[in-house]
Design a protein around this ligand. Sequence first.
Ligand code: TYM
Length: 332
Amino acid sequence: RPRVLSGIQPTAGSFHLGNYLGAVRQWVALQESHDAFYMVVDLHAITIPQDPKELTANTRLAAAQLLAAGLDPERCTLFVQSHVPEHAQLAWVMNCLTGFGEASRMTQFKDKSAKQGADRASVGLFTYPILQVADILLYQADEVPVGEDQRQHIELTRDLAERFNGRFGETFTIPKPHILRETGKIYDLQDPSIKMSKSASTPKGLINLLDDPKATAKKVRSAVTDTDTVVRYDPQEKPGVSNLLGIYSTLTGKSVPELEQAYEGKLYGALKTDLAEVVVDFVTPFRDRTQQYLDDPETLDSILAKGAEKARAVAAETLSQAYQQVGFLPAK
Ligand code: TYM
């Protein structure tokens, strides 16, 4: 079975609809066909300041949501990044292979550091993508299911894997991004020119999966569309409507042409009312299941402990091979 690996940050509150449709939903599907490794990336989270107690709680919350979304610990390996020390260890080696200018060109770093101010942004934020490279290479992943905003980081991973292999001998698998066309980038409901995100979206433009379903329905019904009335998938001309159609299609399994036909001659209001219901039908049981996992932290922690053990077996083997290739004297 080909292998996939991906990660998600433990954010406060909950995942948003973009995280789910762009990434997590793919993770659930891929555990059926792939040898799948998924993790909550707490090491990445501390690249910006975190309250320690909240970080602990948000890590459990992230794991609970991943299970609620359908990850099955019998079919995939679910773990917390800091439980596997090899991530930080391989990241160091990768740091030493990365050019300063090369790291400076990472657009997410540029955006995030601009927001924080250059003096407050940490060196960890700067090397963030290189830790992600280590995450992926440790598992010899063939594919990395992510949203469009991660594409550049996967490109860097490929470059560094090739560089390492070229310099020290064949060691790492060169991974490919797994990004879906329709949901690789979910847009803000109020401003379809920007992606849905915790940091850039206004509350009305952002669907947090664990919010009150009634409030969520209202946000969907008041999504910004355009002054035209035809329900047609056209991301260039009709970004708002196209975003809604992509969400609708993915959550129901109905194709976009099917939806276009169903809403022919109808107004946007009908589409939005129906989509609001579709979203509520998804988030309501999702919330309940998440709560059930949170109510039983022992079970949750033991799932993560087993996941870490499985992950570590793979990661340790890759790291020891990489260390050997680099020429580190083996510890006796
Ligand atoms: P993070 O935690 O920011 O986001 C998790 C996943 O959600 C996707 N995503 C979106 N997809 C579609 N539309 C959107 N509006 C949207 N917003 C977010 C992201 O693309 C991502 O797939 N650096 C990563 C975490 C990471 C990782 C890794 C991923 C760390 N190590 C190794 C893959 C492999 C991140 O910050 O994701």
